[in-house]
Design a protein around this ligand. Sequence first.
Ligand code: PLP
Length: 389
Amino acid sequence: MLHTVSNFDRIGEENAFAVLARANLLADGGMDVINLGIGQPDFKTPEHIVEAAIKALRDGHHGYTPANGILPLREAVARRTLTTTGVKVSPENVMIVPGGKVTMFLAILMFGEPGKEILYPDPGFPIYRSMIEYTGAKPIPVPMREENDFAFSGEETLSLINENTSLIILNSPANPTGGVTPRAEIETLVAGLEKWPDVAIMSDEIYEVMTYDGAEHVSMLEFEQLRDRLIILNGWSKTWAMTGWRMGWSIWPDALYDKARKLAVNAWSCVNAPAQYAGIAAIDGPQDAVAEMMEAFDFRRKLVVEKMNAIDGVSCRTPKGAFYAFPNIKDTGWKAKELASQLLEKKGVATIGGPDFGVLGEGYIRLSYANSAENIEKAIERIAEFLAK
Ligand code: PLP
């Protein structure tokens, strides 16, 4: 009998991958499956980015790079950060990591241990809680309430902090709800954090470009008073449709940077070299493809909201960010995970049950509108048919 350390008894995972595997299996068996489950853009990585990776390989960029990423890429991230946030960061604080997820992995490993408490959004990206539990720290959910348009409340977040709190995880625009937290809530939180100078903040800004209806993405970098304890999580996956490239960046304060770099050296040495060159092309090249993708997402977002609201027992808020809707299905009488499972098995529509994102996700399902408008209409018709029975 093998005995792995007890941390592994507590690690979780992301059910979206299990749903994807099941959806693919059903499709392989001949079922007409529409996937509104997985959170990845259905667009191709823009051609000039693909070409940059091919050219990098042809130019001989196939060896190790520095563990923190090649300098021209870190400089590109710093330039982009200045454009998107107005904040000047040094390339010496930028680290290139294999995917957005990796930054949360590193940050939670750095701040989690038994006796510590880590705040995280609920419903929220499932890996936050999984990793917090892995470290032995106590996960403290910060409610993202529907009546608050799935934003977090600055006051409520502050009320959950105590002397054991080591890290607060923020995510706006948010997965799975599409919620975008307004500036006023963020400013309340930032003002209150003055009293807690030893608490670190990790802001997951991976959906930064994905806002609608004039909603504002507020980067936590704007708050200079937090800079020495702020970790930014960002990456290429969503903005440039590059989920499979495994490319992310983080911005670390001086005091943490070398710890993150050492973890990288211990775990993956460096990120895939040609992918890093593709990352430069993504940032510095034309952004038309991003704009086109956002236009398509916006159209589909409205479609999902309209069609879901037309179903008896379902109500769906208009999400202001990311590419997810999080309709409330409480009045249908279904438990969310059971409904998601039945929709896939009986109707070939993949969605994710809200509880996969936290206990406050009960009563909701997540629809990712990273699929064609035609498929979305077809999928929602099937959902309506199923619920009408
Ligand atoms: N953070 C959030 C909120 C996400 O939704 C995701 C992906 O779904 C990630 C991070 C991870 O992104 P990546 O695929 O680049 O690891």
